[in-house]
Ligand binder design. Sequence first.
Ligand code: URP
Ligand code: ZN
Ligand code: ZN
Length: 473
Amino acid sequence: MATILISGGTVISATGRQLIDVLIDGETIVALIEPGSSTLGTDLAGNVDKVIDATGKYVIPGGVDAHTHMQMPFGGTTASDTFETGTRAAAFGGTTTIVDFAIQTPGQRLQETLAQWHEKAAGNCAIDYGFHQIIGDVNDESISAMGELITEGVTSFKLFMAYPGVYYSNDGQILRAMQKSAATGALMMMHAENGIAIDELVSQHLKRGETSPYYHGVSRPWQLEEEATHRAIMLADVTGAPLYVVHVSARQALEQIATARGRGANVFAETCPQYLYLSLEEQLGAPGFEGAKWVCSTPLRSRAEGHQDELWKFIRTGDVAGVATDHCPFCMVDQKELGISDFSKIPNGIGGVEHRLDLMYQGVVDGKITLERWVEVCATTPARMFGMYPRKGVISPGADADVVVYDPNGHTSIGVEKTHHMNMDYSAWEGFEIDGAVDTVLSRGKKIVERRTYLGSRADGRFVRRELSQNLI
Ligand code: URP
Ligand code: ZN
Ligand code: ZN
């Protein structure tokens, strides 16, 4: 494979920024070279196969989205992005690795479900991919299978305190899975909402004729996220399991996590751009059935209650470890419409795998986070947390050449007709304007996107066999 020099750009890492050139040989970054500082540097441009001019641009590690659901079965339908369409959209947005979820439903063997997800993804992905395993049936066999999966590079497991009768685990089951996680070093991921209480509220709203998408949010109040988060932290304390709470949207849940971290607990939070920008009032409360576009769980929270600003704050303090998308797209037609007269039948999920880097970069422009924190939450920490660092998540010799050249003078208009490549008939981010743009994307040294043109192919992505997490307090 070719040698490439990315010259003239500013390399951003989690710890700083530096005007430095990046030399790639084949699939790997081999050197960082101070421009003009050495004979090697001066001569290099003439000796490499390709030069990418990044003058005036940022050079960042490819995004790592640790939470996606391509073609996920949910609520009688299937998420509308396949591994092919979803990973291509991710590539357009500068994400070069996803970690998706293999799903066990009751009665299935864990290994069998992982094999099914391998089959869906293999040969279809535009970028590299790994899997977490959802355990929907915690029993002796599943717990024993966790050890086997770890040896196959699936080193994190998700449990649900929500969705009784579907993926739900009770406290005893959670405790048992966490004990195994503590014994093996695997990371326990938690969907922390009190699903039993939520289901009761849902049926009360429906009985009163409150059927619109707005009530999806109202029936999942922050107290039931805070309570479940606290319970998960306590169960993790008892067992010694490392805990990663996914898609946190309530500031009170984050306060629980911050408090636990303050006393040294091995607990981490993930949030998503939708919880930073969107709200119960504006999106879920949109007229008619419009709000269905933003039905996801945990739900969007009230702006009047100040969750969004607090979440940005917790990104700054470090209590939010990573920002993922929870990409789980459904079209309005035939999918979200399943719940036209009953919000509880709207498939849960928002599509956004394409826009995470841009939306978080807008946080830099708006002065909410630094460039370094942008890179840290979008790439470096997810790579570390999920056992892929330093292959992924950093521009450093020896790392995979997953590199994004990001143009701070570019502009991105988000919308279904404009920049959107996800397989959705609407955009949850319609009308958002970003003061920056993805310019060039390399995946293991191959240029797969250049100025909004896709140059990759369907089978470029490879399965990433992950190590145990380097999750540290
Ligand atoms: O609404 C959501 N989040 N859908 C995807 C499934 C999950 O709980 O992550
Ligand atoms: Zn979840
Ligand atoms: Zn999810």
